[in-house]
Design a protein around this ligand. Sequence first.
Ligand code: SIN
Length: 287
Amino acid sequence: MSLQIKPLGQQLGAQIVGADLTRPLDDGVFAQIRAAFNQYEVLCFRGQELSDEDQIRFSARFGQLRKLKLTNVLLDQKPEIFVVSNIKKEGQYIGSYDAGVFWHTDGAYLPNPHAISALRALKVPEVDGTVLGDTNFASTSAAYNALPEAMKKRIDNLQALQSIMHRLSKTLESGIKKDYTAAVKSDPEAIHPVVRIHPENGKKCLFVTEGYTAKILGLPDDESKDLIRELTAHCIKPEFTYRHHWQQHDLVMWDDCSTQHKATFDYPESAPRLMHRTTIMHSSAKE
Ligand code: SIN
């Protein structure tokens, strides 16, 4: 199998052409995909008509899958699959309907945040022939590298509180109703460095997001808020971002340490969007 790697964004994102993910990949091909993932941080595989089992098998090549505790958004019988969707069944959303409403990294508030997420498009929302519901990605490693030296020095040893309660209050402010009971009960918050060293490739990555970063420790509240605002605005500058325009049967995977992401909610409820996500843990992490 010969692969082609086509860069997508200025600093992150690449499309892998020539891989058939419905079949087990040999070690040589997988090593090329792994290396591309380290470099590009977001990979897109198009035209992959995968079953859930195919997605689980491919994802598991990257590490142990995380079994999430958010039972109301997991696929029945398959706790490895987190459902992202605006579809309702018997009056209830079948999955998480507001995932990605703010810039965030998945699982930031956990003691061991997720390593990788892989999202497969089963249904893309279409209005008058136009597909909506893009996902934006930002490279937190490119953003860190581009900071002035004085800012790097200022933040290199700082720590921040990453909190589901922060996300909850932002969600309520924006008028979305959401049941966070399970998340709040299990692991509501964790303290992490503002500059994370990627456990697998050693990249320095900014770990401050609109969605989850509640406070930078050791700073007065005003200063903490200003610094969070400054760093999050820096991360999502156009030169560090890539906007993914979905096609049905895309599988897009991203590095949850060296990127953050945000979904675009520009489609009506009458346009169904259905995505299945698998979540991979760092090799050093515990459940
Ligand atoms: C997510 O934030 O995990 C989902 C992103 C999306 O639905 O585009």
